[in-house]
Design a protein around this ligand. Structure first.
Ligand code: GDP
Length: 295
């Protein structure tokens, strides 16, 4: 994960690591390299600049120049700031309501349907919940079929209506069935588009208004870098989502989305997807991710 970024950061800090004492110029040069590494990883420009300015300021404030091991101290400060940049703390799902309604949003191909299945599996096996999945992608019968297959795999019921083109009606009927059957978590998969589209936004905003979800999770493909952040902004403006989900972190992704989303839209990343299988889901831990990036 983020191998390229890790390598570049490692190289950026190498100069400092071996030295007993360093100068302000060394710090400035290292931070320039760090900024370059972040930009190459597709981190938002403003985010990268603010990040390196903060690390530099903190390092000088903590007397890094006279510290016994300046390299280690710089890495520690960078690690703490990377953690803060990704939200600091892990943000758990709000699951107190019975039933808890979770709306899943995002563009086509982001991994919504796969994530819906993974989340249901996670809540069932790790949190002892009894979920119901609702197949709300009325434009793609294949997506409904896909969710049904996943539901069977993980042994979670799926509510679907192949004859209906009304996502609100489907969501309402699914919620009614969940209440009848005692499902305490309802996950609503929704239709996406290839790109941001007014009709899609209107539709999902209408589903939100009619179902009053406790969580709205915006699913985004981490491979899409800066686009991921722009898409997040557009969805957040319209839906005010409660958390982001970064998928495909098992691929050759550069890291920009993970590092920029929180600072750009001020919403936490709650989960990551690390594969196509139903157990390839992890709660997002900013501190673990930071340590991983710094190697
Ligand atoms: P949707 O259109 O947003 O519902 O996207 P899908 O759930 O159909 O996913 C699109 C493709 O991405 C499928 O081939 C999934 O198997 C794949 N996919 C989803 N999540 C992940 C992930 O975390 N890692 C990998 N490698 N593939 C994923």
């Amino acid at each position: 994960m983020f191998d390229n970024l890790s390598d570049k950061l490692d190289r950026a800090f190498k100069v400092l690591k071996g030295q007993g004492s360093i100068t302000e110029i060394n710090v400035a040069e290292t931070m320039k390299e760090v900024r370059k590494a972040l930009l190459d990883a597709d981190v938002n420009y403003k985010t990268a600049k603010a990040f390196t300015d903060t690390v530099k300021e903190k390092a000088l404030g903590m007397n890094v120049l006279t510290s016994v091991s300046p390299g280690q101290l710089m890495i520690k400060i960078t690690n703490d700031e990377l953690t803060a940049l990704m939200g600091g703390q892990t943000e758990e799902l709000e699951l107190k309501q019975n039933p808890t309604i979770i709306l899943i949003a995002g563009l086509n191909g982001a991994g919504k349907t796969t994530f819906s299945g993974k989340l249901a599996n996670y809540l069932k096996t790790k949190k002892g919940k009894k979920p119901l999945l609702i197949a709300g992608d009325v434009y793609r019968p294949a997506a409904i079929e896909q969710l049904k297959v996943l539901g069977e795999q993980i042994d979670v019921p799926v509510f679907a209506d192949l004859n209906s083109k009304d996502p609100i009606g489907i969501a309402q009927a699914g919620i009614a069935q969940a209440k009848q059957n005692g499902n305490n978590v309802i996950i609503i998969d929704t239709a996406g588009r290839l790109a941001i589209d007014e009709q899609m936004m209107n539709e999902i905003a209408a589903v939100k208004a009619s179902t009053n979800p406790h969580e709205i999770l915006f699913v985004v493909d981490s491979m899409t870098g800066q686009d991921a952040v722009n898409t997040a902004k557009a969805f957040n403006n319209r839906l005010d989502f409660t958390g982001a989900v970064l998928t495909k972190l098992d691929g050759d992704t550069r890291g920009g989305a993970a590092l920029s989303i929180k600072s750009v839209v001020n919403k936490p990343i709650k989960f990551i997807g690390t594969g196509e299988k139903m157990d390839a889901i992890d709660v997002f831990y900013p501190d673990r991710m930071a340590s991983r990036i710094l190697g």
